[in-house]
Write a protein that binds this ligand. Structure first.
Ligand SMILES: [Zn+2]
Length: 305
């Protein structure tokens, strides 16, 4: 147990903030069991960090570890987080970052598992704050691979997905980093619903430029500019690459190629299909909407009776 007399100014508050954020992440289902980790700078040369192998929903302030910026434990009964190397790398690459949050929020992690980055121009608030949310390549958790995967994107992004793993955010303080995690999960949820309903209307490139201008107006600090493009192959190490089409006189551009695998529920759906009309692609693949597939199955069941 850390003697409370040794707590420096602000440290007590930071310990309590980590406990509170851990509780919120667990309550919102961003972590299960002992998943996730949280850290914050403690002065210029130390970090306060969640310990290894504890549930983030049931932490107490005395559980935290203090390490130096090389990861050497300076104080604490427990060992620091198993993802400490990733946190150290983020602080090394981002002198402006005061706090780091890592969790496995299920919808965002679903995108990370499906290999789908959250990089479409869809919500103004997400564009102005996070820009784009790329996916860092898969790396074995808790090894040196993970900091290497994160390094590629962290200079230009305050939040990213980790392939087949989870999400990572940084901020100017603990709550800023946590809120970015909330924004990512909320955005992932909205994106999923929009795709199920037939696809997102995208914000046009001109409008994205206008939103980028709002960052200055509102003093939103971003580590890199937004680069609106059609091809997401551009360098993402120095730029927040966002998919935004040229909108001919329109600020919203409907999806021109709705996801054929999406259930036919909304705007992008073919209407009133009662007879299946499968179409064969050049490669012989047959694509069906959900409704067409359902009709085929119902026909098959009827013929069995
Ligand atoms: Zn993790």
């Amino acid at each position: 147990m850390t003697p409370s007399t040794s707590l420096g100014a602000g440290e007590e508050t930071l310990r309590a903030d980590i406990v509170e954020i851990g509780r919120r992440m667990y309550a919102r289902g961003y972590t299960a069991s002992n998943d996730g980790n949280i850290s914050v700078r403690l002065g210029s040369d130390r970090l306060l960090m969640t310990p290894k192998s504890v549930c983030k929903g049931f932490m107490t302030p005395d559980m935290m570890c203090i390490t130096d910026l090389d990861g050497k434990k300076l104080q604490g009964d427990r060992d620091p987080s198993s993802e400490m190397l990733m946190h150290l790398e983020v602080y090394r690459q981002r002198p402006d970052a005061q706090a780091v949050v890592h969790a496995h929020p299920p919808t965002a992690t679903g995108f990370a598992v499906a290999g789908i980055p959250l990089n479409r121009a869809v919500l103004a608030e997400v564009l102005t704050t996070l820009g784009s949310i790329p996916i860092a390549e898969y790396a074995t958790p808790s090894t040196k691979e993970l900091p290497e995967a994160v390094r590629k994107y962290i200079r230009a992004h305050d939040g990213m997905l980790l392939a087949n793993h989870g999400a990572l955010t940084v901020g100017a303080d603990l709550y800023a980093a946590y809120y970015k995690m909330e924004t990512i999960e909320h955005f992932a949820h909205i994106s999923l619903v929009a795709r199920l309903l037939g696809g997102e209307n995208l914000i046009s490139r001109d409008e994205v430029e206008r939103l980028q201008g709002l960052r200055d107006t509102y003093g939103i600090k971003a580590p890199a500019p937004i680069c609106a493009t059609d091809e997401v192959t551009r360098d993402q190490a120095s730029c927040q690459v966002v998919e935004a089409p040229v909108g001919v006189g329109s600020r919203l551009v409907p999806p021109d190629n709705p996801d054929p695998s999406a259930p036919a529920l909304g705007a992008g759906a073919s209407s009133g299909v009662s007879t299946p009309t499968p179409s064969a692609e050049a490669d012989g693949e047959i694509r069906l909407t959900y409704r067409e597939l359902q009709a085929l199955i119902e026909d098959a069941i009827r013929s069995l009776r």
